[in-house]
Write a protein that binds this ligand. Structure first.
Ligand code: ARG
Length: 273
């Protein structure tokens, strides 16, 4: 039987969310976005987390930063230590200092501004043994070394090849961090990285192209409940077979910017005693 452990998340409401530029293939600035619906869907996600017993902290959204709702990109927090982000695209650059200011104002004392480009939990996935790190589109491989040095945890570099899966968290989900269990879409990775994943995670749930294409891997697990995009129905049976409970949510409007559940959710991992 699977056990959920209570989590602490940081989220940022999509008050200024729009698609005004295109920095990934999902974004089309000519397509309309329903802002009221985006906010309603985001609130539903926040409320689900709270109903599952998790704590959700709120980061104030800033005008002129339409992608700030994707809070997972703003910093990586492991053992209570914060590694800030450095965005690949100038459109999002100002999100990084906004995140750093939040951490400094909320009692985090180990806060590091990074030297190399890293889009935080967009490309860093944390299990108890490893930090899995994506590169190829956004984060620099140099940021992988930087994260390893800062957190003192082994970082496994993985190379992404498909522009639709430009962040690691669009292609891979940590299902049980304590037991190093993941699911991923092999087609998003180079052959070498696929081989690394199958060596490290021989029992992983392999997602189909269809579930990946609805951003089904952009999911958040507490060890038992897997909150995932509503359209990723193909993942329900394999998740249930492994003892997880799928919790579908609809984030159709944020999907138009290439993001979903995980992108909206930064995990604040406490110092371990
Ligand atoms: N429009 C955003 C970008 O392209 C989406 C970010 C999604 N975040 C994520 N963690 N994958 O940067």
């Amino acid at each position: 039987m699977r056990t959920a452990t209570p989590r602490r998340y940081l989220m940022c409401p999509p008050a200024h969310f729009r698609v005004t530029y295109a920095i990934n293939p999902w974004m089309d600035p000519t397509k309309p976005v329903d802002s009221a619906l985006a906010l309603f869907q985001w609130e539903d996600l926040r409320d689900r987390y709270r109903a599952l017993g998790h704590t959700v902290e709120i980061l104030d959204p800033e005008p002129g930063l339409p992608d700030m709702v994707f809070a997972a990109n703003g910093a990586t927090v492991v053992d209570g230590r914060v590694l800030g982000a450095r965005f690949a695209n100038p459109e999002r650059a100002a999100e990084a200092p906004a995140h750093l200011a939040w951490f400094r104002a909320h009692g985090f004392t180990d806060v590091q501004e990074p030297e190399h480009v890293n889009e935080a939990e967009g490309d860093f996935a944390v299990t108890s043994t490893w930090i899995l790190a994506g590169q190829g589109f956004r984060s620099s491989p140099l940021a992988h070394d930087e994260a390893q040095e800062y957190f003192g945890r082994p970082v496994i570099s993985l190379e992404l090849t498909d522009p639709r899966y430009y962040h690691l968290d669009t292609a891979l989900t940590v299902l049980d961090d304590a037991r190093d269990e993941i699911m991923y879409f092999p087609g998003a990775f180079t052959p070498g990285s696929r081989a690394v994943l199958s060596r490290l995670f021989p029992g992983a749930l392999l997602a189909t192209a269809d579930d990946a294409a609805v951003l089904g891997l952009n999911a958040v697990s507490d060890g038992r409940h897997v909150v995932l995009p509503r359209a990723a129905t193909g993942l329900h049976a394999p998740l249930r077979d492994r003892g997880f409970e799928p919790v579908p949510v609809d984030l159709s409007e944020l999907h138009k910017a290439g993001g979903s559940v995980k992108c909206c959710t930064m995990e604040l991992r406490p110092a371990t005693p």
